[in-house]
Structure formats: structure tokens, C-alpha cells
Design a protein around this ligand. Structure first.
Ligand code: DP6
Length: 367
């Protein structure tokens, strides 16, 4: 399958103005995407749990403009104009313009808000870029689905989501995994039917009860700006001495996860997920320049989790993003016990005691 599939035929319908609002969640990778080629093609496949509570809500208002020159848009976060968001969106528009040829025909007002605090150190690019991509797809759907001719074309839901994921990827790689749930794979993998480097797909195989409604409590260890942007981070994998081994390992981990998910093997899941998190950080520690993105409190939390697991037999584990915050993952049936442990023993290591209780979700919604 090629990108050409996403270049639309001339639009059949004239639309003057309108608006669409989508909510789209964040996601947390189990096998991590770290390293990419040109045009947002990942070096290795990744898989994530879609989250439920951490999401972005974006309203896109569009009105036809007279000329076709340049992109015209304004951005608001929580009703406040955000000109510093514009360059990222301009880059996104440039990347997707050939797939959305209407972009220069309209003026857009993008109003966005997050359910999690902006300064929480939680990346909003996955939820934000997927919500925006979905709003743009709603505009395209309107332009495509002619109501004036008898030969009305209908855009299938499958194509809509696939192209939205394709566009979201061009905004931010991990964003292409946020549209559906509860497990999404992005990147071609020989054993995963339908997987693609171009967009995320729902994990197609059997998943054991143990992993249904899995919980994720995000401990906010450091709410500051990211020390290393993801663009810089991914670039560090170019010429990295361990890059190829890492990409092979990610492929192997995803293969191994297939039977782990099927059999509900929580111990093997823990080992794989924690190793992925530490490997991601190991890649940053062994790149040039090198970074340590964990904070002392990140390590305190990890050690407390290991002790708790050893003492109680709990199946709680952790994963990390490219930062100091810790995602604490656990089966739903352990909810009461683990939340008590978090409150009693882990919250002390969070900045201002802040944490967010979340769980697996099922993707984006048109509001
Ligand atoms: C560590 O998706 O933020 O969270 O494509 O440059 O926008 P860009 O990168 P981004 O990278 C996410 C990296 C990660 C791992 C993951 O989510 O798979």
C-alpha cells in the first residue's frame, strides 16, 4: 500500500463554512517507537495502550477564504491565543497539504483544550495531533460526500480512520496510535496482519481477560518542559552505535508480546514492558550527545514498585516516556490495592503530589 491512496480525487461538493469537534486520547507505548526515517516512517514497529481520561478536545471552525495563497489559521488553548503553537501546525499543514488539497481554501480557527494540565509534562502531541487530523478528515468527508449528485460517494469509516491516522502520523508519530483502542500497532511487522508504517491499526489478535481494562496511573515526577524534544531524541538514533540491535529487539519484543497477550502471562508482560522502558532510556544515555531523563524520584519509584511486587506478589509494573514521569500499569482486579500503595508510598515522589489515574480506552470521538 502506498501514500497515493490518500490523495483525494477533486472534491464534488462546495462547502462554505462549518465546524467539527473531536476528542482524542493520549496513548502509552509498551514497545517503544524511538528512531525514524524520512517522512515520519518509524525504524521499528511499536504498540500502545490507548488511554481513556488523558485527552485533547479540539474544535475546528472553517470558513472559505477568497484567495488560495498560504495557510490561514489561528490557535487557541483554553480560549487563549497561542501563537507559539503555530510553527508546529504550519509544519504539519505543509506535510499533509498534498493529501488535503483544501487546506489553503479555508481560514481555520483551532480551539483546543486538554483534560490534563498543560504543564504536567505529559506529551499532548499524540492527543492534540490526532484530534486535529480527525477534524480535518471531517472537513474532507463533507467535501467528498456530495449531496447534489445522484452518484453520491460515501467515505467508509475504515478509510476515514485510516487516513486520519496517516495524517496524525505526519504531525507526530505516536499520534497515529491514538484514534482507536484498546491496543494499537504502528509499523510493519511480519507477524501482525495489516500492520503498516503509514498508520496505526487495531491489534488484530486475541487478548486475554487479564489485559482488559488495564489501569495506568501517571506519576508526575517532573512537570517541566521536556529536556529533549522528540525530534532531537529520534535523531539521536541516527548513527547510534546500538541502533540496529535496538530496532531488531523491538521487532522481537513485539513478536513475543503476541503470545503474552494471548495467554495472559503477566510476569512475561512485566519483564518485556519494563525492559522496553529502560532500553528507551538506555538509548538516550548511550547516544552522543547523551542525556539522563530520569530524575532521582523516578528511580525511587521504580525501586518501590519492585519491592512492593516482591513482597506482595502484585503484578504492578512501570513504563516510561522520554521523560521523568512514571506510568504505573496494573490489572483492573488489583486496583484497590495498588492505588492504596501509590497513595501511601509513591505520591511523596511526585511533584506537588500530583498524579493522574487513567486506564485503557477506546479511542477518539466525534462530539
Ligand atoms: C518515547 O511521537 O513524540 O513516546 O514523531 O517526533 O512527534 P515525533 O515523536 P513522538 O515520539 C514518541 C516517543 C515515545 C515512544 C512511543 O510513544 O512509542
Amino acid at each position: 500500500m502506498t501514500e497515493e491512496k490518500f490523495i483525494p480525487k477533486p472534491y464534488s461538493k462546495a462547502v462554505e463554512k462549518g465546524n467539527f469537534t473531536w476528542s482524542s486520547p493520549s496513548n502509552i507505548a509498551l514497545v517503544k517507537y524511538w528512531g525514524k526515517k524520512e517522512r515520519q516512517i518509524p525504524e521499528n514497529p511499536s504498540i500502545s495502550f490507548t488511554l481513556n481520561n488523558c485527552k485533547t478536545i479540539t474544535k475546528l471552525t472553517f470558513s472559505k477564504k477568497q484567495n488560495h495563497s498560504g495557510f490561514s489559521f489561528e490557535v487557541f488553548l483554553d480560549d487563549e491565543k497561542k501563537d507559539d503553537f503555530k510553527p508546529k501546525i504550519e509544519t504539519f499543514f505543509n506535510r499533509v497539504e498534498q493529501y488535503l488539497p483544501f487546506l489553503k481554501d479555508f481560514h481555520f480557527k483551532i480551539e483546543t483544550s486538554n483534560t490534563f494540565p498543560h504543564s504536567s509534562g505529559i506529551a499532548s502531541s499524540a492527543s492534540g495531533m490526532s484530534a486535529l487530523a480527525l477534524c480535518l478528515m471531517s472537513v474532507e468527508k463533507e467535501l467528498v460526500e456530495s449531496d447534489v449528485t445522484s452518484s453520491a460517494v460515501e467515505m467508509s469509516d475504515e478509510f476515514f480512520i485510516q487516513k486520519a491516522s496517516f495524517l496524525a502520523r505526519l504531525g507526530s508519530g505516536s499520534a497515529c496510535r491514538s484514534l482507536e483502542g484498546d491496543l494499537v500497532v504502528w509499523g510493519k511487522h511480519d507477524e501482525i496482519t495489516g500492520s503498516s508504517d503509514l498508520f496505526g491499526v487495531k491489534y488484530p489478535f486475541e487478548v486475554h481477560e487479564n489485559f482488559k481494562n488495564y489501569q495506568d496511573t501517571i506519576l508526575l515526577v517532573d512537570k517541566g518542559e521536556k529536556q529533549v524534544s522528540s525530534t532531537v531524541g529520534h535523531n539521536l538514533m541516527h548513527g547510534h552505535p546500538f541502533a540496529q540491535q535496538r530496532f531488531n529487539q523491538a521487532n522481537q519484543n513485539l513478536s513475543n508480546l503476541i503470545s503474552i497477550l494471548k495467554e495472559g502471562d503477566l510476569d512475561a508482560f512485566i519483564a518485556l514492558v519494563e525492559s522496553e522502558a529502560l532500553t528507551l532510556h538506555a538509548m538516550m544515555m548511550t547516544s552522543m550527545p547523551y542525556f539522563i531523563l530520569m530524575k532521582p524520584n523516578t528511580l525511587e519509584i521504580i525501586n518501590k514498585i519492585w519491592t512492593f511486587r516482591k513482597n506482595t506478589g502484585s503484578k504492578v509494573c512501570f513504563t516510561l516516556d522520554a521523560g521523568a514521569n512514571v506510568h504505573v500499569l496494573f490489572p483492573e482486579k488489583e486496583k484497590d490495592g495498588v492505588l492504596k500503595f501509590i497513595k501511601n508510598e509513591l505520591v511523596a515522589y511526585c511533584q506537588n503530589g500530583h498524579y493522574i489515574s487513567d486506564r485503557i480506552g477506546f479511542g477518539s470521538k466525534l462530539l
